[in-house]
Design a protein around this ligand. Structure first.
Ligand SMILES: Nc1ncnc2c1ncn2[C@@H]1O[C@H](COP(=O)(O)OP(=O)(O)O)[C@@H](O)[C@H]1O
Ligand SMILES: [Mg+2]
Length: 324
């Protein structure tokens, strides 16, 4: 694997996703970066904005094993991780593995299940292993979760606690398509596909082995200069003392920026990180990790996007970073 081969494969993956999902190329690139960093992705937006579709398309295109769990109020932890069941014919308990034993798990409408069930999933996300009745099982690699949720104000939801949100590498929203033309394109594609679920038509673009090689490339072969490491650390630290922020980013926020920026460099065909690779992800990597000061929320003046932009504006961008 070299930078050229890597970029070429990314182009093929993104084209395949784009042939189904109508929308913003930058969003698709961000999802790919998070997947290449083996990170968990949370899609949050109103119903019907293509969250499930986008997660499914990526899962299929990447050629890995995948499973989907629809979260409901009566979903139990065992429905996710599995359980030991009594087999009368052999007079033994046998482990029935749950859907979490896969490569890409779609956790759909994660905030419709109660906290106990959510935490069973979130434990596995952090440790990449699950314990069933005292026995620990490692999950395969790659393993990451693409979860979707509706905004928390909607009825019948259990918001994820901050500690659990922190486990997601990024929180992204799909958003509405930008133009009338794209809105028409969604309708035209529906006519062309002659079905509601176009993901039946998708063929994988790469094999699981190739995907693992790509993840390894990001992990091992993308250089990041000391100056850019310092840039990330300064961004994280400035979320802490900010007057409009009650709780700033954890160090995990910094690690997320590190992973995402290296993946982004590789997707762009480079083997070194630039400050722009970091900047592009600051909002996505930090918006779910900072808690705004309630005083300003009540006043309506605090807005995470504006605060993050302000922070970025104050930190000097490294200019003389090394490329190797
Ligand atoms: N950007 C989009 N491109 C193509 N189809 C879309 C898009 N957004 C929504 N749809 C279609 O709208 C319907 C609802 O999408 P879905 O993924 O189920 O939404 P959500 O999970 O956000 O509630 C699906 O039939 C999907 O194919
Ligand atoms: Mg959905």
């Amino acid at each position: 694997m070299d930078s050229y081969k890597f970029r070429d494969l990314c182009g093929q993956i993104l084209n395949a996703v784009d042939s189904i999902f109508v929308g913003n190329p930058l969003l698709l690139r961000k999802v790919l970066c998070a997947a290449l960093a083996n990170g968990h992705i949370l899609f949050e937006d109103y119903p019907g904005l293509g969250k499930t579709l986008l997660a499914k398309v990526f899962a299929k295109v990447l050629g890995c094993k995948w499973a989907r769990i629809q979260f409901t109020p009566d979903l139990m932890p065992a429905d996710i991780v599995g359980t030991r069941v009594w087999k009368a014919n052999i007079s033994e308990f046998v482990l029935e593995k749950g859907p979490i034993f896969t490569n890409i798990l779609l956790a759909d409408e994660i905030n419709r299940a109660p906290p106990k069930t959510q935490s069973a999933l979130l434990e596995a996300m952090e440790e990449r292993q699950v314990t069933i009745e005292g026995v620990t099982h490692r999950l395969e690699s790659p393993f990451f979760v693409m979860a979707t949720q509706n905004p928390i104000e909607l009825e019948g939801t259990y918001p994820l606690p901050e500690a659990q949100l922190d486990r997601f590498l990024v929180r992204l929203s799909t958003g509405y398509v930008e133009s009338l033309d794209l809105e028409c394109e969604i309708l035209r594609r529906r006519i062309k596909w002659q079905r509601d679920d176009p993901t039946e038509l998708i063929e994988p673009v790469i094999s699981p082995e190739t995907f693992r090689e790509m993840q390894n490339f990001v992990e091992k072969d993308v250089y990041i200069d000391q100056q850019i490491i310092e840039y990330i650390a300064k961004i994280i630290r400035s979320t802490r003392g900010h007057p409009m922020i009650e709780v700033g980013s954890s160090p995990r926020g910094g690690l997320s920026l590190l992973k995402l920026s290296r993946a982004h460099a590789a997707v762009c065909g480079r083997d070194f990180v630039t400050p722009d690779d970091v900047k592009i992800f600051v909002y996505d990597a930090l918006n779910h990790r900072i808690i705004l000061n309630p005083e300003y929320i009540v006043e309506g003046t605090a807005n995470a996007k504006a605060i993050i932009d302000e922070i970025l504006g104050k930190i000097e961008v490294p200019k003389h970073f090394m490329r190797r």
